[in-house]
Design a protein around this ligand. Structure first.
Ligand code: HEC
Ligand code: HEC
Ligand code: HEC
Ligand code: HEC
Ligand code: HEC
Ligand code: HEC
Length: 498
């Protein structure tokens, strides 16, 4: 190849520059067209203008079509800090003639928009999504930049709960929300979750569940879109698939129930809306969080205890938790345990086990509520052949043993006769200091002597049961005390542990 002249190189550079210049201008022009003439909202708006002309059969229709502009329409609502441009595309939501039109032109279903005028409420207060967006994908906002993407249509009733009570809208467009709330109560979710300061402590409090954002939740196990609603749905289907090692038992729900509960979860929001946006019933509900309506002992039990203790009539080993759930309404337990013992156990729980503490400062139950639950446990019917004799019941209330016990001998008894159940997760841990502090000696003695009906705990006293003498039982009791601690009452005294 010979040398290339300077002129040839110059000319090549010049042509190069001209071509890149033209390409750049082309791109800019296309971008400008896309932004303005071909912008999604403009195309939609023009299509709607044509639809309006098509539907204009009378004078009024022709006037509406004539006035319609291809421009951005929006609701600016300072009280809610929103600017919603959804109506730019959803231009037919309040026009009954659009009932059969395709989206986004279709008339809004139900009375939602009638009851909540667009100028005062906008759309995102119910639907979420990005109000200012002028393209549908951006309004949907499922990407990472927006905290609260458009709710799936079937979950939109969640928003009613921000301003109304679920009960108030149950037959006025909020049926799914109301069903979700009822399910939450019926399933006893508060056994493990606090709401309004009341509930167990195994799972997180749910007061602000509906405002959780992506970053607060482990998304790796989620199959569908990585949004809060989808996370909740998949978590209800299978908690362990979404949260590895979760202690939430799979709740066994139908798909419709999952939709209902997810709707209710999304409605739980701690928000500062202007008071005028809340219905009177909602105001009352917020007040009642700190002044709850009195629930009966049975209602309290179903809400806070049943998820772990079932009906409470039978003791059972729980495979999922690898822990024994005692029969708290069992006929032996309720006859032998004193009212004080039961109330203190509920109030303080059993640290080191799943049994949480329900006192005001922890589970949020008042003394009066704990008393009502105790009365409910004690109201369990007792058949004549299940009656324990008054002398045995009396002795169980007292902090005394019929003979002095010896812990060293008791250790041998325990190892031989008790450890197989009580040290293997098949029965409660009987060295628990919280148990031993509240239980009088007489109660421990009677429990070991006579056992607990409808549970695996056998009675040991006498030839027809375990063949123990009173001495063996007293020894076992003293062994438990030597490991787990004494009782708060004085020896030989009737016990009151208030
Ligand atoms: C650029 C035009 C446009 C804007 C702006 C827009 N939408 Fe839409 N929207 C559409 C279109 C088009 C559809 C139909 C989409 C489809 O069927 O895939 C739709 C569908 C919907 C649906 C039904 C979704 C479904 O799964 O059935 C809802 C709800 C909705 N929009 C709400 C909103 C809300 C709320 C806003 C404002 C935050 C909004 N849209 C803004 C164009 C728009
Ligand atoms: C008061 C709450 C509320 C407001 C405000 C509201 N919507 Fe809805 N919208 C709903 C509910 C709830 C549904 C689901 C209806 C159902 O479950 O039958 C819905 C459904 C829709 C659908 C889907 C309809 C279909 O046939 O699938 C669209 C689109 C929609 N809304 C758009 C809007 C737009 C645009 C606005 C604002 C102008 C708006 N909505 C304002 C509550 C609301
Ligand atoms: C941002 C707060 C807010 C949201 C969200 C909201 N509402 Fe309302 N709603 C109101 C207010 C405030 C009124 C009273 C309007 C008035 O009378 O001026 C109202 C009125 C109503 C009414 C008519 C009055 C009545 O009691 O008969 C119904 C029905 C209703 N809402 C149902 C719903 C349903 C269903 C939803 C959820 C899809 C919902 N609302 C979402 C605030 C809200
Ligand atoms: C036996 C105890 C238990 C019961 C009963 C229970 N949960 Fe859970 N739940 C947990 C635990 C533990 C977690 C935390 C681990 C996880 O996320 O799976 C959890 C997590 C959750 C979460 C996710 C919270 C978050 O933001 O991380 C929701 C929502 C939830 N539960 C709802 C419910 C509902 C609704 C019910 C009733 C149908 C229920 N739970 C019953 C123990 C329980
Ligand atoms: C076959 C298994 C089994 C054997 C053997 C057994 N227990 Fe139990 N024990 C249980 C179960 C299960 C419970 C809880 C029953 C319930 O209320 O549901 C229990 C309850 C108790 C309680 C009451 C605990 C509480 O939290 O109130 C004491 C005390 C007790 N056992 C001591 C003993 C002693 C001492 C022995 C040996 C002499 C023994 N048990 C042998 C299964 C057993
Ligand atoms: C998260 C599960 C869970 C919840 C919720 C729960 N408990 Fe328990 N409870 C247990 C377990 C496990 C034990 C046994 C603890 C042990 O091994 O000592 C227990 C023990 C008890 C005992 C002692 C029984 C005995 O044999 O001495 C009583 C009484 C009791 N629970 C009452 C209640 C009441 C009332 C509620 C509701 C207010 C409640 N529990 C809620 C798991 C639970």
């Amino acid at each position: 190849m010979g040398p290339v002249s300077i002129e040839r190189i110059d000319a090549r550079i010049k042509w190069g520059l001209v071509i890149t210049g033209i390409l750049t201008l082309g791109f800019l022009a296309a971008a400008a067209l896309r932004e303005n003439v071909w912008a999604e909202w403009r195309v939609v708006r023009k299509e709607y203008a044509a639809l309006l002309r098509e539907k204009a059969t009378d004078e009024r229709g022709r006037a509406l079509a004539g006035q319609f502009q291809v421009e951005i329409a929006q609701a600016v609502i300072p009280a809610l800090s929103t600017v919603d441009r959804c109506v730019t595309c959803h231009a037919g939501i309040d026009d009954p003639r659009m009932a059969d039109a395709k989206q986004p032109f279709r008339t809004h279903p139900g009375d939602y928009v009638k009851n909540h005028p667009v100028e005062q409420f906008g759309c995102t207060v119910c639907h979420r999504g990005q109000g200012r967006a002028l393209a549908f994908e951006e309004a949907k906002a499922e990407g990472h930049h927006w905290d609260y993407p458009l709710l799936p249509v079937e979950l939109t009733q969640a928003s009613c709960g921000v301003c109304h009570t679920a009960e108030e809208v149950s037959d006025k467009g909020g049926a799914r929300l109301a069903a979700g709330k009822a399910l939450f109560e019926a399933k006893g979710c508060q056994a493990c979750h606090k709401l309004g300061g009341r509930g167990g402590n195994l799972g997180p409090a749910l007061d602000n569940e509906g405002l959780k954002v992506r970053g607060m939740l482990p998304m790796a196990g989620v199959q569908g879109p990585r949004t809060l609603p989808q996370w909740l749905i998949e978590h209800f289907r299978d908690p362990q698939a979404v949260v590895a090692g979760s202690q939430m038992k799979p709740p066994q729900l139908s798909e419709e129930e999952i939709t209902q509960l997810t709707t209710y979860m999304l409605s739980l929001q701690v928000r500062d809306l202007p008071q005028t946006y809340l219905s009177p019933a909602k105001h009352l509900e917020i007040y009642k969080k700190t002044h709850p309506d009195p629930l009966s002992g049975e209602e309290l039990y179903n809400r806070f205890c049943a998820a772990c203790h079932d009906l409470g009539r039978h003791g059972r080993y729980d495979k999922f938790f690898n822990q024994f759930m005692p029969a708290v309404r069992g006929v032996s337990f309720i006859q032998l345990a004193s009212s004080e013992f039961i109330e203190q156990t509920i109030r303080q729980g059993r640290p080191g086990t799943l049994m949480p503490s329900w006192g005001e400062a922890a589970g949020g139950l008042s003394d009066a509520e704990i008393q009502r639950i105790r009365e409910y446990l004690q109201s369990t019917p007792i058949a004549p052949n299940e009656q324990i004799s008054p002398e045995v019941v009396q002795a169980a209330q007292v902090n005394a043993l019929p003979v002095a016990g010896d812990p060293a001998r008791g250790k041998a008894v325990f190892t031989r006769h008790c450890a197989g159940c009580h040290l293997n997760g098949l029965a409660p841990i009987v060295f628990n200091p919280a148990l031993l502090k509240n239980a009088p000696d007489g109660f421990l003695y009677a429990t070991i002597a006579h056992g607990r009906r409808n549970t695996p705990m056998p009675g040991f006293l006498g030839p027809d049961q375990g063949g123990f003498r009173p001495q063996d039982i007293a020894d076992a009791v003293m062994y438990l005390r030597s490991v787990g601690g004494g009782n708060v009452g004085a020896p030989g005294q009737a016990v009151s542990v208030k």
